[in-house]
Design a protein around this ligand. Structure first.
Ligand SMILES: *[C@@H]1O[C@H](CO)[C@@H](O)[C@H](O)[C@H]1NC(C)=O
Ligand SMILES: *[C@@H]1O[C@H](CO)[C@@H](O)[C@H](O)[C@H]1NC(C)=O
Length: 288
């Protein structure tokens, strides 16, 4: 037994670079069968060292927020906003809205009867590596564009296997200020905006690719003109969630960011408003 303490003591002497309190904690943790990694690395030292930035990919919720035609829009009611008798200010409001409008999540339950509700989607699917697939130059503002597998040839088999969230950039955020243009509302009340093909949805959800969710900078993962919504059905069947109306009007690195996909935790929700944030390595502006 005394040998045992001698060994620990000599190890402590050898590791003068380590803070001895921290070292004791590690030794204690190892002996008790736990290792508290927070002793060795601090998330804050990484996130706030100036090398990373937080990018908001969320549209604000107000009277301009775009909702699906058959859905209740965002209704905001000012209830109280007044100085009180003692001179202090007090404000409190109410809101109501459909689940599927603005920047929002579709839970698998949206299109699968025993799929997960919003409240059941675990955090390890909501905080994941982000990959942005910029196909906007192929779309070229065409509201009838449908994304097929051959458009993605350059990234086939690239980066897959690890859990990740894919956002498809159709270049549609620039129309977000004009609801008619963004949704492509026609005289006959049909919609027209770009989307994914059934083929791409099948490819993404097939076997080895560990994609946990699909995002788009349009109002739906299916093309606006779709009536049977196969991409929604295929994604839900595979347990994926969708994120629609991603705000992509600023440059975001295609690789290397982490997505924080944090919906309101509505217990039985088929969808919910979402705050979508990317944590990205800082982009260094190139000035010539
Ligand atoms: C796409 O639409 C934007 C905004 O209306 C416009 O500035 C741009 O020139 C268009 N691009 C093409 C290729 O037509
Ligand atoms: C509605 O109008 C658009 C273009 O204006 C057309 O492409 C589409 O086929 C029409 N849909 C129906 C159901 O008539």
């Amino acid at each position: 037994m005394s040998n045992y303490y001698e060994i620990i003591f000599s190890v402590l002497q050898l590791t003068s670079v380590l803070d001895s309190m921290a070292y004791f904690t590690v030794v204690f943790a190892c002996l008790s069968g736990y290792l508290f990694l927070t002793v060795l690395a601090n998330t804050n030292n990484i996130l706030f060292n100036g090398d990373y930035e937080f990018i908001d990919l969320t549209y604000p919720f107000d009277k301009n927020t775009i909702y699906w035609p058959d859905s209740r829009s965002f209704e905001f009611t000012k209830k109280i906003g007044a100085f009180q008798n003692d001179g202090s200010w007090y404000a409190s409001n109410e809101f109501s809205a459909g689940e599927h409008g603005g920047t929002h999540i579709d839970a698998p339950y949206h299109f699968k009867v025993n799929g997960k509700y919003v409240g059941d989607i675990p955090l390890d699917k909501l905080i994941v590596p982000l990959i942005i697939l910029d196909v906007s130059s192929k779309v070229n503002n065409d509201s009838n564009f449908v994304l097929y597998k051959h458009h993605l040839d350059y990234m086939l088999n690239d980066n897959f296997g690890k859990p990740c969230f894919l956002i498809f950039k159709f270049g549609w955020s620039k129309f977000a200020g004009d609801r008619t243009k963004y949704l492509g509302v026609n005289k006959n009340n049909t919609l027209n905006f770009p989307g994914l093909s059934e083929e791409v949805a099948e490819w993404i959800t097939s076997s080895y690719k560990n994609v946990v969710g699909l995002g788009v900078d349009t109002a739906s993962v299916d093309p606006g003109s779709s009536t049977d919504l196969p991409v929604h059905k295929i994604a839900a069947k595979a347990g994926l969630f969708n994120v629609e109306n991603v705000k992509l009007d600023q440059p975001v690195p295609e690789y290397g960011c982490t997505a924080l996909i944090l919906p309101m935790k509505i217990t039985w929700g088929s969808g919910a408003p979402l705050r979508l944030v990317a944590i990205c390595p800082k982009q260094i502006p190139l000035n010539f």
